[in-house]
Write a protein that binds this ligand. Structure first.
Ligand code: ADP
Ligand code: MG
Length: 256
């Protein structure tokens, strides 16, 4: 496996800095005045109850929804209102909560799709090498010529993430990637997250309800509730935060 780790990253500046992001749908305020950051090299968690506004936040961070107000800085540039394509080309790529692959295409072709963001022109050989390297990282090498929609659920989730990572983003935003995975699949997927962070300088923003996984893999966690920022901190701090325990975690995940 070769590393495509990019040039030195400025660890003193956030990759992503959202300030006072707000999104209204008619009378409903789905996200209200949210400010948050993601720093180079970190795996950050974004958690909160269903309906808290996590996916709406992802939609704004990735350009799929324009904020009603607020500002989005990515990689030091103002990206408020930019298109998903422009944002993905800058280095932020996201997956979708309800699946991110094209079932009627092979695993290879799904992963190849992701390479079009970052490899311009017809360079077939380079694209194929990238797809094969990506498949290897995700343990998908044996499935490259399988129809994606025919694979077991766990492998389909991995193909969706592999497609996104094939663009070699600097920041990968994953919306509930572990849904429906068994314990072994969760463990191996978390290993992949560590590998891409370590070997490819890819930071991760993770929306996930599997609290054991979040507490294991995240360096820092941001908590949303009713569309608003509730807290942020290390997993230990979050588990000890009474507001977070009351709003979301419940006693089971609280630090005694
Ligand atoms: N396109 C939309 N139109 C109207 N309401 C929406 C839309 N998308 C999300 N919402 C509402 O915004 C709130 C936040 O939803 P969402 O961001 O999906 O939460 P989460 O991902 O944390 O479960 C919910 O009340 C949801 O019903
Ligand atoms: Mg959601």
């Amino acid at each position: 496996m070769t590393s495509s780790a990019s040039a030195a990253v400025d660890k003193s500046a956030p990759l992503l800095a959202a300030s006072n992001l707000t999104r209204r749908f008619g009378g409903l305020v789905a996200v209200s005045d949210l400010s948050m950051e993601v720093w180079p090299g970190e795996i950050a968690g974004l958690i909160g109850p269903n309906g808290a506004g996590k996916s709406t936040t992802f939609n704004m961070l990735s350009g799929f929804l324009k904020p009603s107000s607020g500002r989005l800085m990515l990689f030091g540039k103002d990206c408020t209102g930019k298109s998903p394509l422009a944002i993905s080309r800058m280095g932020l790529v996201r997956t979708f909560q309800h699946g991110s692959l094209i079932p009627s295409m092979t695993v290879r072709d799904n992963i190849l799709l992701g390479t079009f963001h970052s490899l311009s022109g017809p360079k077939h050989r380079e694209r194929n090498l990238r797809a094969e390297e990506t498949a290897e990282i995700f343990g998908l090498s044996d499935y490259l010529d399988y129809m994606s929609g025919a694979l077991p659920h766990g492998l389909q989730r991995l193909v969706g993430i592999a497609l996104a990572f094939a663009a070699r983003p600097r920041l990968l935003c994953l919306d509930e990637p572990l849904t429906g995975l068994n314990q072994t699949e969760v463990a191996s997927t978390l290993e992949v997250f560590q590998t891409i962070r370590r070997s490819f300088d890819c930071s991760i923003l993770l929306v996930e309800h599997n609290m054991k996984a979040v507490m294991t893999v995240c360096d820092r966690i941001i908590v949303m509730h009713h569309g608003q920022y509730l807290a942020s901190g290390t997993p230990r701090e979050i588990q000890a935060n009474d507001d977070v325990v009351a709003a979301y975690l419940g006693k089971r995940h609280a630090k005694q």
